[in-house]
Design a protein around this ligand. Structure first.
Ligand code: ATP
Ligand code: MG
Length: 552
């Protein structure tokens, strides 16, 4: 769906004025973690604009940091991009360009625009100055071209230890833009790379590598998030000074953040590694694999991201908005069923012990085409514990002694007796049913106010339900850039509740990733990690009620 935004406006103009004759974009993840829904925004924008203007998009692994990267992440990222519904024209690896990048660095040295520096990381930082104070030249800044070429060559050959030397661009130590104060463009790292193995022991820095990658691939519009805005002049400098033929244009847009969660690979990785969540696909984190396992559909994620729009702002979007879109997406497709999360047994004392019957139930009242099913009913059933109160407040219309309610798709039942254990806990209710009140019979004799869901005790399948609450208690944590705030101090200890209940017997063939609406409880997904035929596990995707109102 085409949507106007400032990026499309720029591209359209570039095509109209002839500045560009085609559009090439790229989605450039670093394979150092799994993708999150923020990345989905970048994917949707990059693939979306290329598609609108008959262009193409590359999936490029920005793999210039061997210590943090791994094939596992490469595979997971590819899977997630496809799952979201996108397919790249070309698959690229930044590491395939290491030789070319090296040659461009040599070119900079030859032009007197780069030098080998022996200062260590701390010294470089101290020499850089601040926003209010200019930086200081490194004592190695004026090495001759010959010496620099010789040293850089020996860096490549592995003669020096990690951290003992770097290559820096020679720009301006007093520039008001700190990125121009002789940024480091190569570092030494004796480590094995997931793609190039041990061929290299020097690696280009992001700020140097990224513009070259874009230029090598003839990317026309390099779309990234606003934290790179300050780097744009350096990006252009690198393209220029390295004498790249192709001139990509960097355009920044605001990051997507969502309330009550975290949205950075670094933090997500910490949650995974410290065992605070159950892997990268834990349904509580906003990774695409987590959202998938929870039960989110790619369509709901795409709709949500489209609706959040493209701007320069970084504000957090209410998670209720994401939930809204998955409800919308599942409304007409998810079969309705009944499940009891916290069971309370009911014996229907006037229902014959050896009898049972099949009752008809519609599979989706909002979509008749989904047909009907038969659900068994007999003398013993389960209802929810909190659908009974011995001593109810006013306006409580569910079960209490002497009260009559409707069982969805079945009969009216009346509560006559409360059975308790030695400690006084309610363990069972004795009720009677009225055969005249059968659902669908047209009975109009009297009315009841409460309608409860239930399952037949004899035939029900035991099932586990996993109910989720936000992982982070601080609303704005995802968009909080302050380093002193430790997100681990704001983790919700009750983000996962596991309960054991029952589901209808006709759910026996449900497979992982099948989605249902459990009457009164919300939408659920069969878990891919723990669900088995003997013991199905259902993740709650979202409850039925929403406070979120979409303005359309
Ligand atoms: P993180 O900060 O979570 O580690 P990143 O920016 O380091 O993310 P990359 O793998 O470098 O992750 O990102 C690939 C692309 O996705 C980049 O162009 C980046 O700008 C974009 N991106 C990352 N996070 C978001 C977000 N929250 N919203 C929109 N785009 C994002
Ligand atoms: Mg990054």
């Amino acid at each position: 769906m085409e949507q106007s935004n400032f990026i499309r406006t720029i591209i359209k103009e570039d095509l109209e004025t002839g500045k560009r004759d085609k559009v090439i974009t790229r989605f450039p993840p670093e394979p150092n973690g799994y993708l999150h829904i923020g990345h989905a925004k970048s994917i949707i924008i990059n693939f979306g604009v290329a598609d609108d203007f008959n262009g193409q998009t590359h999936l490029r692994f920005d793999d210039t940091n061997p210590l943090k990267e791994d094939q596992e992440y490469v595979d997971a990222i590819k899977e997630d991009v496809k799952w979201l519904g996108y397919d790249w024209e070309e698959l690229r690896y930044a590491s395939d360009y290491f030789e070319e990048m090296y040659n461009r660095a040599v070119l900079l040295i030859k032009k007197g625009k780069a030098y080998v520096d022996d200062l260590n990381q701390e010294e470089i930082r101290a020499y850089r100055g601040t926003l209010t104070e200019p930086g200081k030249d490194s004592p190695y800044r004026d090495r001759s071209v010959e010496e620099n070429l010789n040293l850089f060559d020996r860096m490549r050959k592995g003669e020096f230890e990690n951290g003992s030397k770097v290559l820096r661009a020679k720009i301006d130590m007093s520039s008001p833009n700190l990125n121009f104060r002789d940024p480091v463009i190569y570092r030494i790292s004796h480590s094995t790379h997931h793609n190039t193995g041990d061929s290299w022991c020097i690696y280009p820095m992001y700020a140097f590598a990224h513009p070259l990658e874009d230029a090598i691939e003839n990317v026309t519009h390099s779309l990234c998030t606003t934290e790179f805005e300050d780097q744009r002049p350096l990006y252009n400098w690198i393209v220029q000074e390295c004498e790249m033929e192709s001139q990509p244009q960097q355009i920044e847009f605001g990051r997507l953040n969502i309330t009550n969660t975290v949205m950075s690979k670094r933090k997500l990785k910490q949650l995974v590694e410290e065992g605070i969540v159950d892997g990268w696909d834990d349904p509580r984190i906003p990774t695409l694999s987590g959202l998938r396992r929870k039960g989110y559909t790619p369509g709901a994620i795409r709709e949500f991201v489209q609706e959040t729009g493209v701007s320069k702002g970084n504000g957090a979007v209410d998670e209720a908005m994401l939930e809204h879109y998955v409800r919308e997406d599942l409304k007409l497709t998810a079969p309705r069923t009944m499940g009891i999360l916290r069971p309370l047994k009911i014996v229907i004392t006037n229902y014959p012990e050896d009898q049972s019957e099949l009752l008809e139930a519609e599979n989706n009242p909002e979509n008749e085409e989904m047909g009907t099913r038969k659900i068994p009913f007999s003398r013993e059933i389960y209802v929810e514990q909190d659908d009974f109160m011995e001593d109810p407040p006013k306006k409580y219309f569910r079960l209490f002694p002497g009260n009559e309610v409707r069982l969805k798709h079945a009969y009216f039942i009346k509560c006559n007796e409360v059975i308790k254990d030695d400690e006084g806990n309610v363990v069972e209710l004795h009720c009677t049913y009225d055969p005249e009140t059968k659902s669908g019979s047209g009975f109009t004799g009297r009315k009841v106010k409460g309608t409860l869901h239930w399952v037949d005790a004899k035939s029900a399948i035991p099932a586990e339900f996993r109910l989720y609450e936000p992982l982070v208690l601080d609303e704005q944590m995802a968009s909080d850039e302050s380093e002193d705030k430790n997100f681990l101090d704001h983790i919700n200890p009750n983000s996962l509740e596991i309960v054991q209940g029952f589901i209808e017997p006709n759910m026996k063939d449900a497979k992982p990733q099948d989605k249902f609406q459990f009457f009164r409880h919300g939408y659920f997904n069969v878990d891919t990690k723990y669900s088995t035929a003997e013991k199905p596990v259902y993740n709650r995707i979202v409850s039925l009620k929403s406070s979120f109102k979409i303005n359309k």
